[in-house]
Design a protein around this ligand. Structure first.
Ligand SMILES: Nc1ncnc2c1ncn2[C@@H]1O[C@H](COP(=O)(O)OP(=O)(O)OP(=O)(O)O)[C@@H](O)[C@H]1O
Ligand SMILES: [Mg+2]
Length: 286
């Protein structure tokens, strides 16, 4: 069997995966293993896993346990163990759903713009590359990640729907906001950045208007101009666009276009990074 190319956006709220068959996503909460007296179903993404001596639950089930305060790392660095588990579970779900049998992978993953530095990228690549053994729902899987590239979140979303000229991308996540500027597909460092707040750290989905106003403040620090085109992605895209439009004249969602085996697929803006990463993977690895 050949090598499967995947784009994996292992977000702190949900992982989004894109590949040649379509997309997948699951809730990325992780909690320690405990004896379940009642085996209740919380979601189709409930998973029991064991990796490197660490045993736990992931998915919606784990998100309920998280409420009693375990992990929930809404931070701006993804070079940590949880990212490896999230990526392996993304691979598990994707292959189970679309293409069981694939065991070797070339992937592109994301890192917030702020921590998108050579040393942090190397750390993440070293953690991901190579053979991995993971047990999911009591079945053992041996996966090999052959090649990994790390791309900046927000900037990577561009490749899900490329545009020419100078444009901005706003990627609002659970714990971070990535603000990217590109000119003809080139990342412009001085007008891009990561801000350390997001939906889950500012009062949740019910409070997105205030969050969107904070994002406007952050964009003015980067000297974005009101007439420049702005493309929005992330889990609250639809909710924030009306507020962002109070300041910016040309705000639109990113409509990700996935080149699948069966032709072009259109997906929700939340998949923009994953699909952008996959597009880059296709170009890089094929
Ligand atoms: N399926 C969903 N149902 C309900 N709310 C959602 C869903 N997906 C996303 N959200 C909301 O949108 C927010 C942002 O989600 P998103 O997937 O963009 O975050 P993330 O990429 O996981 O986080 P980060 O980029 O900070 O690592 C979440 O915090 C949540 O409030
Ligand atoms: Mg995100």
């Amino acid at each position: 069997m050949s090598v499967l190319n995947l784009g994996i956006d292992a977000g702190n709220y949900r992982a989004k995966t894109a590949g040649p068959y379509g997309v997948d996503s699951y809730r990325t909460a992780i909690c320690s293993w405990f004896k379940r007296n009642i085996e209740e179903d919380f979601g189709e993404d409930d998973m029991e896993f064991e990796y490197n001596g660490r045993k736990g639950f992931a998915g919606t089930l784990a998100s309920y346990e998280d409420m009693f305060g375990e992990s929930g790392m809404y931070g701006d660095n993804k070079a940590h163990d949880d990212t490896v588990i999230r990526v392996l579970l993304a691979i598990y779900r994707y292959t189970q759903k679309y293409c069981p049998g694939f065991l070797r992978f070339n992937i592109i993953v994301g890192q917030p713009i702020a921590t998108h530095k050579p040393s942090e990228k190397k750390k993440l690549i070293d953690m991901l590359v190579g053979p991995h053994k993971i047990i999911v729902n009591r079945k053992t899987f041996h996966y090999t990640i052959e090649q990994v590239k790390v791309v900046a979140e927000g900037t990577g979303a561009f490749f899900a729907s490329p545009k020419s000229g100078r444009i901005h991308i706003i990627d609002i996540g659970s714990g971070t906001v990535n603000l990217a500027t590109l000119t003809d597909a080139k990342h412009i460092n001085q007008s891009s950045g990561t801000f350390n707040y997001g939906v889950e750290t500012t009062g949740g989905r019910d409070n997105v208007d205030n969050l969107a106003r904070a994002v406007i403040q952050s964009t003015t620090k980067l000297r974005w101009r009101e007439e420049e085109p702005i493309y929005v992605c992330g889990g609250v895209t639809e909710e924030v666009i009306p507020v962002l439009s109070e300041r910016y004249k040309n705000v639109q969602p990113i409509i990700p276009q996935l080149n699948s085996h069966n032709g072009m697929q259109i997906h929700l803006p939340t998949f923009a990074n994953a699909i952008g990463f996959y597009e880059l993977a296709r170009q890089l690895y094929e």
